[in-house]
Design a protein. Structure first.
Length: 432
């Protein structure tokens, strides 16, 4: 094959991988962040004040906990079997179907809405393990990984923003709740459509080591790999500290993403204005995700993440004093400046420190760190809101996540982490 052909195939694979982010970001934007929380707050208006926000927080925490419990094992099994794309397709299907079923939920059926929301969130969360696990094979070096990861987030924010804009238009023009319900159906279709290029053009990573002869062997080998990895954790000290740091600061990031809309709704802001502000976040986040990739080139991934966490801390302090709608719009733009960048550079920095051939397994641990962070923040927010009757005290806890995560991040030596991954690969090749 000619070098040009190889280059064009690689570019097509990278863009196809990024297009999946266009699809699943619609779920993150419309269901997790913007439209569903506002719709749920209205449809559960018969509940005492504060309970809709609390129940949504509990449901989000439950979905994340369920995903977190299965993430490492599923990632390890995918590595052993060499079927990362099969797992990705399965959990994408769960997310797509559950989201589409939200169309059938009307006013007052808040419990059924939460059931579909939880199922969709589990499908979305577990699909991300196998999506992220495809990243290392697409990157040729560390800088490329930062660029591809940032591009994926940029694609996602633009795609999610476009669909959210169309949904806002539908909510304004269509009567009653039909605009909201059509928006849920549109996410299902959008996610399905933009998933197709990945399954057609992104190659399945090669399996390292012995393959398994049957399903029971595959599961057994998957469990063994997890046990072995825990036994080798001392070799990956910097990776381990990075995971804990990520767990802390991502808790703050995830809680802001999931509960900002219902926080604004509780403060009696106009629903369309809330969604509009979150739409602004999407379009600000797209270029800033790319800029963060360039910032990481200049000051390193750890430095870029640190800048983002300081900015998030300032946003949290400002949010405590928020009282007007225009405050929410300004804060939404400020969040957009760092949201995609922090997530993209975190993913690529972690990817650099993964031993080759263990991307599914290690991104399973990355996902469990991410999902447990998605449990504690929303859960604490829900508990504090439940017992105080106010959403404001719940914001204070976010500062602890950002500053604690930043403190741990400063202890991580990325270069040593990369060297440990390379030494592990060399050792595996020697053993074979």
């Amino acid at each position: 094959m000619k070098p040009f052909d190889k280059m064009s195939e690689h570019l097509r694979a990278v863009n196809s991988w990024c297009l999946y982010d266009v699809g699943n970001s619609a779920f993150a934007t419309v269901i997790l962040a913007a439209v569903f929380p506002v719709y749920f707050n209205g449809m559960a208006s018969s509940l005492p004040e504060g309970l809709p926000a609390a129940y949504l927080g509990y449901s989000s925490a439950g979905a994340m906990l369920t995903a977190a419990l299965f993430a490492p094992l599923l990632g390890s099994i995918a590595d052993v079997s060499g079927k990362r794309k099969h797992f990705l397709a399965f959990f994408t299907l769960i997310g797509v179907l559950s989201t589409g079923l939200l169309y059938t939920v009307d006013q007052g059926n808040w419990l059924r809405a939460l059931l579909f929301y939880v199922a969709g969130s589990i499908g979305f969360s577990l699909s991300m393990i196998f999506y992220d696990a495809l990243l290392p094979q697409l990157a040729q070096n560390g800088k490329t990984m930062d660029e591809i990861s940032s591009r994926g987030y940029a694609f996602g924010y633009v795609g999610g923003g476009i669909l959210l804009a169309l949904n806002v238009l539908g909510i304004i023009l269509l009567p009653g709740t039909i605009g909201y319900r059509i928006s849920f159906l549109s996410v299902s279709l959008w996610w399905s459509l933009f998933s197709l290029p990945l399954f057609l053009y992104v190659p399945e990573p090669t399996v390292t080591g012995q393959g398994s002869s049957g399903r029971s062997d595959t599961i057994k080998n998957g469990v063994k790999r997890i046990v072995d990895t825990f036994g080798e954790i001392g070799q990956y000290r910097d990776l381990f500290f990075f995971l804990i740091a990520f767990w802390l600061y991502n808790d703050g990031v995830g809680t802001i993403m999931k509960l900002a809309a219902i926080y604004a709704a509780v403060m009696r802001f106009d629903p369309v204005s809330i969604i509009g502000a979150l739409l602004l976040t999407q379009f600000v986040a797209a270029p800033f995700s790319v800029l963060f990739g360039r910032l990481a080139k200049r000051i390193g991934g750890k430095g870029a993440i640190g800048v983002g966490l300081v900015w998030y801390s300032l946003i949290t302090i400002a949010a405590i004093f928020m009282s007007r709608q225009w405050h929410f719009w300004i804060l939404a733009a400020c969040v957009g400046m760092v949201q995609g960048g922090v997530q993209a550079i975190s993913r690529s920095t972690f990817g650099l420190m993964i031993p080759k051939g263990k991307s599914g397994e290690f991104f399973g641990f990355y996902d469990i760190s991410s999902k447990f962070s998605g449990v504690i923040g929303p859960f604490l927010f829900g508990v504090i809101t439940h017992f105080t009757g106010s959403v404001l005290p719940g914001l204070g806890i976010l500062l602890l996540f950002f500053l604690g995560g930043l403190s741990l991040l400063m202890r991580v030596n990325i270069e040593k982490g990369v060297a440990s991954a390379q030494n592990s690969l060399a050792q595996n090749l020697t053993d074979q």
